[in-house]
Design a protein around this ligand. Structure first.
Ligand code: 3PG
Length: 334
């Protein structure tokens, strides 16, 4: 049932009733952008334009440092736009007016979907909107790795190397496209993607994770963090990689069995791990694997003006479309 926002004709009223009485009855929808890691300003301007054109109010909570700030900000929000911000039961309990939360991005493992459903809150993501940005960063990490972290020594090239894409979704497809430009030979494994989609993108389908790792010089992770994938990138799987293997992670830290990877990298000094999501054991990785481990200080994959504009404005438009037309196309807690 759509939440129509107040374009009704003005009710007939007696002269004795002050006009303010009616305006207090008219609820103006409030859309909160709650981003611990803020969007580029140009994206926030675009979101504001969409929200205000619909007659709603925009509120901003950026770079917050404490959960209480989020709990206060959500109290009167009808809709929230987030990034990797955690929306759990506590937040939902505090968000008494909330009808919809949109994750401006792909992964929605930061939203407690069951709690959202319980609170009658629609949860959505904006698939594909930031995938080129993440894919470009993945290739950047690959170049950084084969050039020995730009330490001045002679490295190798990506051209002619075999790249394994672990999960062929929006980001995986963009990684394939860019890697082909580098002259890489591209393989992909994705249990949920038909071979035809890979073949159409000139990518060779592989039918098990083991075969992907066995065959490829570089593996790029694009799996979501789910019960099935958490800790699945473990010692034995990565150990299948040929000598000089490079593992690139722009997906989620939870998919890595960190202790397993640490013990493998101790056994195999030829392996490198490049990640856009700092592991819980970052200090250990940094201390033990200098020159063959790199983690960005903050997840940077989707941190471009273009990705912020695409995902942020898509989120704002999805909120308006939901309130005006009841559109739930991108709902993830059905
Ligand atoms: C995503 O799931 O869309 C990416 O991991 C980007 O996350 P971010 O918006 O927190 O940078």
């Amino acid at each position: 049932m759509p939440y129509f926002s107040f374009h009704h004709s003005e009710p007939t009223r007696k002269k004795t009733v002050p006009a303010e009485f009616f305006t207090t009855l008219v609820h103006k929808m409030k859309v909160l952008v709650a981003t611990e890691k803020p969007f580029a300003k140009v994206a926030v301007d675009g979101i504001r334009e969409v929200v205000e054109a619909a007659g709603y109010e925009l509120a901003l909570l950026e770079k917050y440092t404490d959960k209480q700030q989020l709990l206060n900000a959500v109290a009167d929000a009808d809709a929230i736009i987030i990034r990797s911000d955690i929306i759990d039961e506590t937040v939902l309990n505090a968000a008494k007016q909330l009808k919809i939360v949109v994750r401006a991005g792909a992964g929605y493992d930061n939203i407690d979907l069951n709690a959202a459903t319980k609170h009658n809150v629609v949860a959505m993501n904006t698939p594909g909107q930031n995938s080129n940005a993440v894919a470009e960063l993945a290739l950047g990490l690959m170049v950084y790795a084969v050039r020995n972290l730009y330490n001045g020594t002679s490295g190798t090239e990506l051209k002619g190397k075999k790249l394994g894409i672990h999960a062929f979704g929006n980001v995986g497809r963009n990684v394939a496209r860019i890697a082909q430009g580098f002259g890489m030979e591209v393989f992909a494994y994705d249990a949920y993607c038909p071979d035809e989609a890979m073949i159409a993108a000139a990518v060779t389908p592989v039918h098990s994770a083991a075969d992907l790792y066995k065959n490829c010089n570089i593996v790029s992770l694009h799996i979501p963090a789910t019960d099935e994938t958490k800790n699945s990138i473990n010692h034995d799987l990565v150990n299948l990689m040929p000598k000089g293997g490079i593992l690139v992670n722009t997906a989620r830290k939870e998919v890595i069995d960190e202790e397993g990877l640490i013990s493998l990298m101790q056994e195999r000094p030829d392996l490198k791990y490049m990640t856009d999501i700092m592991p819980a054991a970052d200090t250990k990785f940094r201390t033990l694997f200098e020159g063959r481990y790199f983690a960005t200080p903050k997840k940077m994959g989707a941190q471009t003006a273009e990705a912020n504009i695409n995902a942020g404005i898509a989120a704002a438009k999805q909120i308006v479309d939901f309130f005006v037309n009841g559109n739930t196309r991108f709902q993830v807690n059905k």
